[in-house]
Ligand binder design. Structure first.
Ligand code: CA
Length: 220
C-alpha cells in the first residue's frame, strides 16, 4: 500500500466499473454507437460521465455550459442531473454527430433543457459575455480543441459565478504532457494550461486521474 494514486490495470479498471458504474441502457447504446465512429476517441469514459453528473448534483448547478459536445454523451449525463428548471448550453461545430446527440437527448426527454450552438465555441462564449451572462454559470465542462484550452479558461472564469466550477478533460493527454519540446500545438496548450493553473490564484484546483485526466477549477 502506497500513498499515491493507483495505476489501474485492466482487471482493476473493470472492477471499478463493475462495482460503481450505473450507466443507463440509453447511455450504453449511445456509447456503443459512438464507438463505431472514426472519432470514437473523443468520447469520454463512462465513469467520467457519471462523475460529471455527480458534480452537477453536488454543486447544485442549474446553469451549465459545455465546450465540445460530439455525440452528446457528457451533455446527456449532466443534463439528466439537472433540476427541472436547469439548462445546458452546448458548443460544437457542425458535423454528422450533431444529429446523433440530438436524437439521444430527445429520446431521454432532455432535449428541452439543452441548447446546442453550432459555431466555433470562442464565438458562443464571447457572445454570452456580450449578452451580460458573465458570472451566470455554475459549471462549465471543457472538452474541445486543446489548442484553445488557455482561452477557454479565461472565458470560463468570466462566465462562472464565484464558487462555480470549470472542468477540463484530457489534462493528462495519454501521458504526452511529459513530452519536452513537443511539436504538437495541442500538447503544448495542455502543458501551458496545467503549468499556469498550478499558480493561478483565481481558482482552487485538483487534477484527477480519471479517464484521460480531469482538472477541476473552482472559481474563487
Ligand atoms: Ca475528451
Amino acid at each position: 500500500m502506497t500513498a499515491r494514486t493507483l495505476n489501474l490495470d485492466d482487471s482493476l479498471y473493470q472492477y471499478l466499473l463493475d462495482v460503481s458504474l450505473r450507466e443507463t441502457p440509453l447511455l450504453k447504446r449511445l456509447r456503443d454507437e459512438t464507438q463505431a465512429l472514426p472519432m470514437a476517441r473523443w468520447q469520454i469514459a463512462p465513469e467520467q460521465g457519471q462523475f460529471l453528473a455527480l458534480l452537477v448534483k453536488l454543486t447544485g448547478a442549474r446553469r451549465l455550459l459545455e465546450v465540445g459536445t460530439f455525440t452528446g454523451y457528457s451533455a446527456l449525463c449532466m443534463a439528466s442531473a439537472l433540476p427541472e428548471d436547469g439548462s445546458l448550453i452546448c458548443c460544437d461545430i457542425p458535423g454528422d454527430y450533431n444529429a446523433t446527440a440530438r436524437r439521444y437527448w430527445q429520446e431521454a426527454g432532455l432535449a428541452g433543457r439543452i441548447d446546442l450552438r453550432l459555431v466555433p465555441a470562442l464565438e458562443t462564449l464571447a457572445e454570452l459575455e456580450r449578452q451580460g451572462q458573465g458570472g451566470q454559470f455554475d459549471l462549465i465542462f471543457i472538452d474541445a480543441d486543446k489548442a484553445n484550452y488557455p482561452s477557454y479558461l479565461e472565458h470560463a472564469l468570466r462566465l462562472l459565478r464565484v464558487g462555480g466550477l470549470a472542468v477540463f478533460d484530457n489534462t493528462l493527454w495519454s501521458g504526452r504532457v511529459l513530452e519536452e519540446n513537443s511539436e504538437s500545438a495541442d500538447t503544448r496548450a495542455i502543458q501551458a494550461l496545467n503549468r499556469a493553473l498550478k499558480d493561478d490564484l483565481r481558482v482552487d484546483l485538483s487534477l484527477l486521474p480519471i479517464g484521460d485526466g480531469l482538472t477541476l477549477c473552482r472559481k474563487r
